[in-house]
Design a protein around this ligand. Structure first.
Ligand code: PAF
Length: 290
């Protein structure tokens, strides 16, 4: 049975600000987990990571229209607020911030955060404007919640790299914690979009993590050439006929530029379509995939 009290809920900017201000005045360190809801174990581990370094944990749930392109899945993005509420309570979230679009983007609000060129490659090339939408909402949420620590998942490696740059470039007084990707037992990275996968897609979807694992194994055995590691991953992916890769690349961890020689801390990024679902995953060289 859930022993935790239900999280406080706020839907307005004034409400969340007043609560956070009171918590801070009482000496609490504020941890923050921004989400788009439809929570899964991956989000809940971000809560655990926030809890480990803060006294109170705020989670936001907001499906941010700015980060969806015109042909993307905003309308069908999965939502289940009552389930999210009970999962958040079960994991000890202290406050839920549940703004609607009119709170985040009142009529006439048209200022955007414009990321640098690291937003134009990989996911940014496939989804023009996506990272401006992500950084704009994260900037607004940081202003509203003013966290001491914010936690993001490694699964969205490019998002993490760009948020890290924004925080550094704009001198934001927030510490970032990056939590490892949570996975199914067979390796599939947890994602709200996994709910779109048919049973056959689900069997093929494991190909992404299998390909990353193959590349990581080759690296551990001494292969450090970026192109050759990509070839290892591509070959591993061929075993999964339903997976249509969009990119597979070994990159350095800051600007995510392709890496000639791959060292510890570098990444391999993969994006692929499985059926009608677009999935992404990555591995950090040196950390691997369990
Ligand atoms: O990673 C996500 O769920 C979203 O991109 C985020 C950071 C909550 C911004 O909408």
């Amino acid at each position: 049975m859930n022993q935790n009290p239900a999280p406080r809920e706020f839907t307005t900017a004034a409400g969340i600000r007043a609560w956070v201000t009171a918590q801070r005045a009482g000496g609490s360190r504020i941890g923050f987990v921004p989400t788009m809801g439809f929570l899964h174990e991956g989000h809940l581990r971000l809560v655990d990571a926030a809890r480990a370094v803060s006294d109170v944990v705020v989670m936001s749930i907001f499906v941010n229209p700015l980060q969806f392109g015109p042909t993307e899945d905003l309308a069908r993005y999965p939502r289940d607020l009552s389930r999210d509420r009970s999962l958040a309570a079960g994991r000890g979230v202290d406050a839920l911030f549940l703004p609607d679009v009119s709170v985040m983007y009142p009529p006439g609000s048209d200022t955007r955060v414009v990321p640098g060129p690291a937003a134009d490659v990989w996911e940014g090339a496939a989804r023009p404007g996506h990272f401006s939408g992500v950084l704009t909402v994260v900037a607004k949420l940081f202003h509203l919640v003013s966290p001491d620590v914010a936690v993001f998942g490694q699964k969205d490696a490019q998002q993490v790299a760009l948020i890290r740059r924004m925080v550094r470039d704009l001198d934001w007084p927030v510490a970032l914690v990056v939590a490892p990707t949570a996975r199914e037992p067979d390796g599939l990275a947890l994602s709200s979009r996994n709910t779109y996968l048919s049973p056959a897609d689900r069997r093929d979807a494991v190909g992404l993590s299998a390909a990353l694992r193959a590349a990581h194994d080759a690296w551990r055995e001494g292969e450090t050439d970026g192109r050759r590691l990509e070839a290892v991953a591509r070959r591993a992916l061929e075993v999964y006929p339903g997976v249509r890769p969009e990119y597979i690349s070994a990159v350095e961890p800051d600007a995510l530029a392709p890496a000639e020689i791959v060292g510890a801390g570098y990444l391999m990024l993969v994006a692929a379509r499985v059926g009608s679902t677009r999935l992404i995953d990555n591995v950090v060289f040196g950390e691997g995939i369990p």
